[in-house]
Design a protein around this ligand. Structure first.
Ligand code: FPP
Length: 223
């Protein structure tokens, strides 16, 4: 049985979920945020150590301003609401991505949540916000001042330096691509793609994927 420490999720399909219900895309994001909390609690109860969730990519700035504004407000609201869940479930909150592009107020709320949960031990929830793997690697390389840069130098400088590599990467919403998410850290991740739209992703489907992961043969390039 494979050990499962780090699960990463591309939460895709909020917009389509809302469209099916003849509602604005923002309605889907609201439902997506609720689902995020539900899955976080389930992951912690399963003994997973790190859960990384792709909430806003470096490419998402291409969306309409109204949708971006909504997502930023949702993030503030979510941080307030989440603190209770995180505290109650002994979950630490961290972020990856370049948060310097967010408003001062939002950066402050993010840092406060990180600070208030820093001693929680059961699991770490990592929100990827203004995150793109290529941007992360470029930022890391720029931070390294050595001449001959090794794989370890990069690993120890990435946003994810405090976490282990991804074991299982799940993408909902039916697309079969990684969309600039954790490219380095998923080098040997088991991938799982489901057509289910993120707000419909059930605890049962999550548990079934975890069971499937445990039975997979992981060889890491060996035989
Ligand atoms: C992808 O669905 C989802 C996003 C780009 C945002 C993910 C956000 C959440 C799950 C809500 C929680 C967010 C915060 C900020 C805490 P999509 O909009 O691309 O859906 P579509 O592919 O059906 O259009």
């Amino acid at each position: 049985m494979n050990d499962l420490k780090h699960v990463a999720i591309i939460m895709d399909g909020n917009g389509r979920w809302a469209k099916k219900r003849k509602k604005p895309r923002t309605f889907g994001h609201d439902a997506g945020a609720k689902k995020l909390i539900e899955i976080t609690k389930e992951a912690a109860s399963k003994g997973i150590k790190y859960l990384t969730l792709y909430a806003f990519s470096t490419e998402n700035w291409k969306r309409d301003k109204s949708e971006i504004d909504f997502l930023m407000k949702l993030l503030s609201k979510f941080l307030k609401k989440e603190l209770k869940t995180l505290t109650k479930n002994d979950i630490q909150f961290r972020v990856i991505g370049d948060i310097s592009k967010f408003s001062d107020e939002l950066q402050k709320a993010i840092n406060t949540t990180i600070e208030k949960t820093k001693n929680n031990k059961k699991m770490t929830q990592i929100l990827a916000i203004n995150y793109g793997s290529q941007d992360e690697i470029a930022r890391a390389v720029n931070k390294i001042t050595k001449e001959k840069i090794t794989k370890e130098d990069i690993e120890l400088t990435l946003d994810t330096k405090d976490f282990c590599d991804v074991d299982l990467l799940i993408r909902t919403g039916g697309e079969m691509r990684l969309s600039n998410f954790l490219l380095w850290q998923s080098a040997y991740a088991e991938l799982f793609f489901t057509k289910t739209l993120w707000p419909d992703f059930s605890l049962k489907e999550f548990d079934d994927i975890i069971e499937n992961f445990k039975q997979r043969e992981r060889r890491y390039g060996g035989i």
